[in-house]
Write a protein that binds this ligand. Sequence first.
Ligand code: NAP
Length: 256
Amino acid sequence: MSFLAGKTAVITGASRGIGEATARHLASLDVKVVLAARSHNTINTIAQDIKAHGGTASAFVCDVSNPTPVATLIQHAQDTFASVDLLVNNAGLIDPIARIADSDPDDWGNIVDVNVKGVYHGLRYAIPVMQAQGAGTIINISSGAANAALEGWSHYCASKAAVLRLTGVAQKEYGADGIRVVGLSPGTVATDMQVAIKASGINPVSKLDPSAHISPEWVARTIEWLCKPAADSFLGTDFSLKTDEGRAAVGLPPVS
Ligand code: NAP
C-alpha cells in the first residue's frame, strides 16, 4: 500500500501532458484526485476512465488565472474528499513564443496571469486548508527557464523565475505549520508544449530531437517522490530532474 493511499490531491492542468499523467499515477496509488483544467469534456473523460480502473476522481472546470475558480476548486476538493493533502500547481502556457519586440502585451500578460498568478492563487487558497490540517504538500511545476535566459521566452522565463521565488517565500512563511512547498524542474517532457516549442524554431530547446524528452509518467513518479521526507532538503527551491543525482533519488535512469 502506498504511503499516499487515501490522501487527496488537486492537480491543475490535468487535461493532458504532465497533469494528466500525474492524476493517473496518483490515482493508481489510491490517491483521491481532483482534476482541474478549462477543458470540461477532457477532464471529465479522464476522471471517468480513472474511476473505470478502480480509482477515485473528480473533475472540476477551473481557469487558474482567476482567483474565484481556484478558491472554489479547493472548496470542491474539501467538500468531496474531506481534505487537500497535495496540490500540484501544474497548469502552464508558453504560447505564443516571440522575441520581446515582436510580442503582444496582452499575450505576454496572459502568461503571467496563468503561470504566476495561477500558482499564487493555488497557494493562496490551499495554504489555509493545509494550515488547519497541520500538514500538506504543494508542488509548483517550474522549469530550467526559471534560471536561464532563452530567446523568445521572455514571458515564460520571467514567469518561472517568479514561481521559483513564490516557492521559496511560501515555504519560509508556512513550513513551520507543517506545509511543504517545493518546485519541480523536470527538464524537457514529451507533451504538446514541446510540440509548440519545436514549431517555433526560435532557440536551442526548439532544435532538440524529440527523443531527448522524458515521459510525463517520469514526472508523475517524481511528484510522488517529492511527497516523501527524503525530498525535504529541496523544500523552498526547485528539484531538478536534469541531474544524475536527481534521477537516481527518484529511481529513474541517468541523464545520458
Ligand atoms: P501541456 O501539455 O500544454 O498542458 C498544459 C495544461 O495546462 C493543460 O492541461 C491545460 O488545460 C492547462 N492550462 C492552461 N491554461 C490553463 C488555465 N488558464 N487554467 C487551468 N489550466 C490551464 O503542457 P505540459 O508540458 O504538460 O506542462 C505542464 C507544466 O509543466 C507547465 O507548467 C509547464 O510550464 C511545465 N513544464 C513543461 C515542460 C515540458 O517540456 N513539457 C518542461 C518544464 C516545465 P486546458 O487547456 O484544458 O485548460
